[in-house]
Design a protein around this ligand. Sequence first.
Ligand SMILES: *[C@@H]1O[C@H](CO)[C@@H](O)[C@H](O)[C@H]1NC(C)=O
Ligand SMILES: *[C@@H]1O[C@H](CO)[C@@H](O)[C@H](O)[C@H]1NC(C)=O
Ligand SMILES: *[C@@H]1O[C@H](CO)[C@@H](O)[C@H](O)[C@H]1NC(C)=O
Length: 350
Amino acid sequence: MAIIYYWIFLLCACMGSCGAIHWLGLTVNGSSVAWNESEHCRLLEGLVPDQTQLCKRNLELMQSVVNAAKQTKLTCQLTFSDMRWNCSSIDLAPHFTPDLIKGTRESAFVYALASAAISQTIARACASGELPTCSCGSAPAEVAGPSFRWGGCGDNLRYGLQMGSAFVDAPMKSSKFGSQATKLMNLHNNAVGRQVLMESMETKCKCHGVSGSCSVKTCWKGLQELPLVADELKSKYLAATKVTHRQMGTRKHLVHKELDIRPVRDSELVYLNSSPDYCARNPKLGSYGTQDRLCNKTSLGSDSCNLMCCGRGYNVYTETIVERCQCKYYWCCYVVCKKCERTVERYVCK
Ligand SMILES: *[C@@H]1O[C@H](CO)[C@@H](O)[C@H](O)[C@H]1NC(C)=O
Ligand SMILES: *[C@@H]1O[C@H](CO)[C@@H](O)[C@H](O)[C@H]1NC(C)=O
Ligand SMILES: *[C@@H]1O[C@H](CO)[C@@H](O)[C@H](O)[C@H]1NC(C)=O
C-alpha cells in the first residue's frame, strides 16, 4: 500500500515540475494532428489542466507550439554538440531523465530555450498571417531615419510573449504539486529565455529604388534566428548561478547559494542542484558519459579531445570520403566530375 502511495505521490509531483516541459513531447505525434477539434488537446498525456484549456481555446496556436517543440530539440542539440552533455536526452520527451528533471543547470537552459522558442514561433506566425487572432507587430516607437521608413510586417513579439508565457508558465502556476523551489526556478528561467528573445529583436530592411540603388528602404522589427538566441543562453548556462530557497520576509525566494544576501538577477539562469561532470556513464544521474564521442584534436575548446574525453585518451580512425572533384563544364549543358578519395582522421573518446 505504501508503495502505491509513493508512486501516486511521484506521479503527482512530476505533474508540477518535471512535467513542465512535457509539451516538448508534442514532436512525437503533434505534426500529424490537424488541431481543428478540441479533442486533439487530449492527445498528449501530461498537459496540465490549464494548458489543455489554453489548447482548446486557442487551437490555431498549436501548430506553432509543435513547431517550437521541434525547434527547441534541434537547436539544443546543435548548440551543445561540442559539449559533454549534448542534449541527446531531450529526444526522450515527454519522458525525461534526471539531467532534465532535477533542477539542474541543463534544465535551466532547456526551459529558457523552450520558452524563447514558443514565443518566437507565435510572434512569427502572427506576422506571416497564419493566425486569425493576431497580425503584424505594432510599428516601432522610434522615429524612422532619413534613409528609411517603417513598413512591412514585423514579428508580433507582444502577442508571442503573452501567449507563450501563458502556455509555458501554466504548469508552475496551476499545479498544487511539485516543489515550490523547482517551480520558482522554472518560472525564473522561462522569463530569462523571453528576455533574451526580446533583446534579439533587430531592425530588418528591404531596399527599393532604381535598380537596387537602395535610395529608399523599408524597415521593420524582426526576431533573430533561434540558434543565435540559444548561443546567448549558452553563455548564461556557462555562468549560471546556483541558488537556494530561503525565507525572506513573508515569502520564500530564490537566493544565491553562496552569497545569500545577493538577490537573483533577472538576467541570469539559475539552478538548484549540481550536475555530474557527464564524463562517466551513470543513467541514475542522467549522465551518458563521453565514451565513443567524437572529439577535435586541434581544438582548445570544450570539444577538444582532452576535455571531451575527460583525460581518458582517444582512439584514431581513418575514414575514406569520396567526393566529386575536378568538375568540368561542357557547353551546353552538362558537368562532368571525377571521383576523388580523401582520407580523414577521426578521433573518438576511449
Ligand atoms: C479536421 O481536419 C481533418 C483533416 O483536414 C478533417 O477531415 C476533419 O473533418 C476536420 N474536422 C473539423 C471539425 O473540421
Ligand atoms: C550525444 O552523446 C551521446 C552519449 O554520449 C551519444 O550516444 C550521441 O551519439 C551523442 N550525439 C551526438 C550528435 O554527438
Ligand atoms: C577542430 O577545431 C579547429 C580549431 O577550432 C577547427 O578549425 C576545425 O574545423 C575543427 N575540426 C572539426 C572536424 O570540427
